[in-house]
Design a binder for this molecule. Sequence first.
Ligand code: PXG
Length: 290
Amino acid sequence: MLVYLNGKLVDKEKATISVFDHGLLYGDGVFEGIRCYDRLIFKLNEHIDRLYRSADAIELKMPMTKANMIKAVIETLKANALQDAYIRLVVTRGQGDLGLDPRKCKTPTVFIITDKISLYPKEFYQKGLEIITAKTKRNLAAALDPRIKSLNYLNNILAKIDAIKSGVEEAIMLTYNDYVAECTGDNIFIVRDGRLMTPPTDVGALEGITRNAVIGLAKKIGMPFREKMLKLEEVYSADEVFLTGTAAEIIPVTKIDKRRIGDGKPGETTPRLMEEFKILTKLDGVKYAL
Ligand code: PXG
């Protein structure tokens, strides 16, 4: 496997970075997780735009243009002869001294891993996923805005540990004042009386690329949609609940905190959106030839 590292394609074993890299020492950096379906890099421009927005939010000056970043992603996929892949694009503050000072980091580190991704088992997509509410609250937007896709994922990892301890794979994270924000690595949607709702991102959620795609699909199929601040009770009593993310795509949720959602089955809307999403992944992205 070849990994893109600071302008070069190097063997996986040789793709190493300094222990003085601030991405490692302080989680100082940004990343993206992107999917490639049959040589179509899904929503690549949207992911690149979000990466640059995240970098801008932490005052990290990107060392290359968006066009060259896109070239680097394609080059890495081609070097590994991959048709389907999960692309992990990481930009760190770079190598510096001990101490927080980002001015000591002269050049950002850029690496791109293209690999396979393990999904939730197929049965969860048919039967639905069981999740819990994490006791760990989502970061306060005024402290570390969850809209920044930064390398600081400890908040999410602590909530993931809450999930694992409860014997499930994913957890809802609430804001400090108990509004539903999102899950540890996915956005959350509810369906009630044929209407689709998701929390606004400014409550403390990532503006997911899959989230935006699903909102677009709702429009396409004529389904009413709005952003709404949601309390847990509204999620418990929804007709359907589902999660969205690059890795998970769209996955139905049928149990939350041991409570059955709707009739305990994925319902009608979620499978419909899953179908529409599948079609979209064949259409919307950047194509390359091997
Ligand atoms: N919320 C959070 C906190 C995320 O990290 C999403 C929502 C969904 O966003 P997208 O744009 O993918 O629809 C994410 C997704 C990884 C990795 O290792 C990436 C995510 C989650 C977990 C692992 O690349 N990001």
